[in-house]
Design a protein around this ligand. Structure first.
Ligand code: NA7
Length: 293
């Protein structure tokens, strides 16, 4: 398929590379020039990249960035023609997604929200899980592209439902990790061996995929970003906004947001979100250690 790929960050670069490898005709664009993908053409603007494309795939930071790339002065809007599909893998506001889709529906353009999970390793290995919202026909048409970049897709309903589901997923990741980090901090202060605590967690119903994934990094104090704290913080804020719009109260997540706020003030925004632990440690006056540390 002819694909315009817009946004070559950690995720987009790897995803566009996998589209090229699968034989698709890809044209890329990135806001900061110089980022390229081997085997793909490079366009000077989003509008130029979208010319003649069947699918325009977006993977940029946030809601404002998507708005800029679609409706901004060099945005794709002017290049859109009937039958084109926009697939958005950025994690952005569900309600803004619905508005963007409605604005473009008059042009006969379909919007599929396709945020993903699997972080940078999943993007590199083509094993992402896509959480999708959109009409059945465009989602079906995108299947060869999903297959090139991921291992599974979950269609959650119409446009916007992919983003809504992604927020509900990341809410759980942030809260589960916060619980783990608080438990490690308290256990350390009380003199419990944290390596043994993790073994106990894994042998009981307390276990979780989040802890299984994060524990080895945390016990070695490796906070290099798999999922940067600034992006998890953005998702937490998006979730709280969506909750406010829907008049839903999320007291746990509101408190966790404050932890991310303070971790950002401490300069940890480009580390992995697991580094929120260091704030709890600072308050408790301890440092969590595993045997390997
Ligand atoms: P990164 O690595 O932070 O990359 C962000 C990308 O978004 C990067 O290409 C940026 O371009 C681009 N960007 C940011 N703001 C804008 C604006 N205003 N206009 C156009 N392009 C912009 O993020 P990831 O790849 O890890 O994640 C991308 C999304 O997937 C995000 O929503 C995650 O939550 C999930 P730059 O190179 O800085 O010029």
């Amino acid at each position: 398929m002819r694909v315009a790929y817009l946004g070559l960050g950690i995720m987009g670069q790897a995803m566009a590379t996998n589209l090229v490898k699968a034989g698709h005709e890809v044209t890329v664009w990135n806001r900061t020039p110089g980022k390229t993908v081997e085997g793909a053409a490079v366009a000077p603007t989003p509008a130029a990249a979208a010319q003649g494309a069947e699918v325009i795939w977006l993977c940029v930071s946030d809601t404002d960035a998507v708005h800029e790339v679609v409706f901004g002065p060099d945005g794709i809007e002017r290049s859109l023609t009937e039958g084109m599909i926009i697939a958005d893998s950025s994690t952005i506001s569900p309600s803004a997604t619905v508005k963007f889709a409605e604005t473009l529906a008059a042009k006969g353009v379909k919007w599929v929200d396709a945020p993903m999970t699997g972080s940078k390793i999943g993007a590199r290995d083509g094993t992402l899980v896509f959480i999708v919202g959109g009409d059945e026909a465009p989602v079906e048409a995108l299947k060869p592209l999903f297959a090139a970049m991921g291992k599974k897709i979950f269609r959650m309903g119409e446009t916007g439902k992919g983003q809504a589901t992604k927020l509900a997923m990341n809410l759980q990741i942030a809260m589960i990790y916060e619980g783990f980090a608080e438990a490690l901090t308290l256990a350390t202060k009380l003199g419990v061996d944290t390596q043994q605590l993790v073994q106990l967690v894994e042998a009981t119903m307390v276990r979780s995929g989040v802890v299984e994934y994060k524990a080895p990094f945390v016990l070695q104090r490796d906070f290099t970003p798999n999922f940067p704290l600034r992006l998890m913080h953005k998702d937490i804020r998006l979730t709280l906004e969506a909750a406010k719009e829907a008049r839903v109260k999320l007291p746990g997540l509101e408190t966790v947001e404050e932890v991310y706020e303070m971790a950002t003030e401490d300069g940890h925004q480009d580390l992995d979100y697991a580094a929120t632990l260091t704030l709890l440690e600072k308050w408790a006056g301890v440092q969590v250690k595993g045997k390997a540390a």
